[in-house]
Design a protein around this ligand. Structure first.
Ligand SMILES: *Cc1c(COP(=O)(O)O)cnc(C)c1O
Length: 315
């Protein structure tokens, strides 16, 4: 089957390199047709399910994973239902519906929506999990296969973590191209620290609640496979604040004219705020994972919210 995602640019950012006195390379997966790297793994999983006979898809993600399934379903001519919780923003529902998918609102949180999606899938639909599927990981791994063809081998890769599917895929991708020696910095915001919290506790923890504007990173528990990567030392973790991610999104828009979600701003923020882990690394690759759940208006609102907070702290 032909691949549905596109090959994205892997380019050195002269602006960021100069700012940080390093070589900062950007893998621009924000440019995927559905707005995020999810195009890779979710489409791969959709195609795998079709090959196994699926005739409909069900997703429980109101975010970029659900949007990617809706997009892939349109291209594959397979009907898609996305069950989203009541908390899902109108814009997200509109984007999913614009791909031709049916949107069902159910339950207070993802857990309830996922419950209904699981039930619905029992009637013959394929259930697309946002991060827990080896086929999805293999799809995400194509990010690194492209990087190896396109540009520099980095001294470290920086990426954002929600449930950990991107982390797992990139780790596998690094192994596939013989770059197993490249360390990975996995970044979360403070209100979504399910992987970082696990590293600190040295135990696979579950968060009680998610308190971040980077809702895309809001998995209460990461995939066991992602936790294993940190436990074994293959990857390490870093936290940034919501204010730092918003500043990073705004800076990235100015420097590169690409608008990304705070979920993606988190990885950029770790680089911009000169994470200790990166101090001795010269060439750094950032996975610019993108995200469709952002508008200029929303970014401006967050920006003024956080700058007025900063003023209050100063005076
Ligand atoms: C899904 C997503 C993430 C997190 O990916 P996981 O595989 O859940 O860790 C980060 N950023 C964006 C934009 C996403 O859509």
């Amino acid at each position: 089957m032909p691949q549905l995602h596109i090959e994205t640019p892997y380019v050195e950012s002269h602006t960021l390199s100069q700012k940080l006195n390093k070589n900062i390379w950007l893998k621009l997966d924000a440019l995927q047709p559905c707005g995020s790297f999810k195009a890779r793994g979710m489409a791969a999983a959709c195609q795998d399910f079709v090959a196994k006979g699926a005739t409909s898809f069900v997703s429980s993600s109101g975010g970029n994973a659900g949007l990617a399934v809706a997009w892939a379903g349109r291209l594959l001519k397979v009907p898609v239902t996305v069950v989203v919780p009541e908390s899902t923003k109108q814009r997200a529902k509109d984007l999913i519906a614009a791909e031709g998918a049916k949107v069902i609102v159910h339950g207070e949180s993802w857990v309830e929506a996922h419950g209904l999606a699981t039930q619905m899938a029992q009637d013959g639909g394929a259930l697309l999990h946002p991060f827990e599927n080896p086929v999805t990981w293999a799809g995400h791994a194509t990010i690194v296969a492209e990087m190896a063809q396109q540009g520099a081998k980095p001294d470290a890769v920086v990426l954002s973590v929600g449930g950990g599917g991107l982390l797992i895929g990139v780790a596998q991708g690094l192994d596939n191209v013989g770059w197993s020696d490249v360390p990975i910095l996995a970044v979360e915001t403070e209100g979504a620290a399910s992987l970082h919290g696990s590293r600190i506790a040295n135990n696979h923890i579950t968060l009680d609640k998610i308190t971040t504007i980077a809702t895309t990173l809001g998995a209460k528990q990461v995939s066991p496979t992602a936790w294993e990567l940190v436990k074994s030392g293959r990857a390490t973790t870093q936290l940034v604040t919501d204010a730092q991610t918003v500043a990073a999104c705004a800076g990235f828009l100015d420097d590169h004219r690409i608008l990304v979600e705070p979920a993606c701003g988190a990885a950029l923020a770790a680089v911009l705020n000169e994470s200790d882990f990166l101090a001795d690394k010269q060439t750094i690759a950032v996975i610019v994972c993108g995200g469709a759940g952002i508008t200029l208006d929303q970014l401006n609102r967050w920006n003024s919210e956080f700058s007025s907070l900063a003023e209050k702290q100063t005076y």
